[in-house]
Design a protein around this ligand. Structure first.
Ligand code: GLN
Length: 192
């Protein structure tokens, strides 16, 4: 069974652990760099990206995490996707730059900042998992404003990319760990 780390400094790491279990992997809650050893991949959950940034530095996890990502797949959701981006705005902040995407924090604005909706996956996502729309929970989500040539959009909402893959890595602006549909987590496990 694949052992997948879940960065557990802050945010909804427990829900990701349960989703990984439902998808057929063993979750390992990561709080210290040493716990990254031997893992097949890592999930960076949703939460508050600024807080996570501070804790990553405080806990000396920044460099070990960047090093891990050079060897193994990383899947970031919402705040996790913000940390993985190459460019962050509203406001600008540091990020790991694991994927060539530009994200605008809280990009859906105040009026409609959180919702549950259906998003349309592309044919490749459906072929690799199963057909049908994805139920997507958005919570003060970032908008992906630019996707680099090396990255591939796997699902969109209202024309904007919401699930993007680049090489081994995967980023979602919604929260697949909060619904019963485990296809997004299964897709990530396929990459390990
Ligand atoms: N708005 C948060 C941020 O900018 C992300 C929200 C989330 O992860 N659900 O970090």
């Amino acid at each position: 069974m694949k052992r997948v780390g879940v960065l557990s400094l802050q945010g909804d790491f427990a829900a990701h652990g349960e989703a990984l279990r439902r998808a057929g992997a063993e979750p390992v809650y990561v709080r210290h760099a040493a716990e990254l050893a031997g893992l097949d991949g890592l999930v960076i959950p949703g939460g508050e990206s600024t807080t996570m940034l501070k804790l990553l530095r405080y806990d000396c996890l920044w460099a070990p995490l960047a090093e891990f990502a050079r060897r193994k797949p990383v899947f970031g959701t919402c705040a996790g996707a913000i940390l993985m981006a190459s460019e962050v705005t509203a406001p600008e902040q540091e990020s790991l730059g694991l994927m060539d995407i530009a994200v605008e924090r809280n990009g859906y604005g105040r009026q409609v900042d959180s919702r549950v909706t259906l998003v349309e996956p592309d044919a490749d996502f459906e072929r690799r998992t199963a057909p049908g729309p994805i139920e997507a929970v958005f919570i003060r989500a970032p908008i992906i404003r630019r996707v680099g040539a090396g990255a591939k959009v796997l699902a969109r909402y209202g024309g904007d990319p919401v699930l993007v893959e680049q090489g081994p890595h995967l980023a979602a602006t919604f929260h697949p760990e909060l619904t019963r549909d485990v296809r997004v987590h299964r897709l990530f496990l396929e990459k390990l």
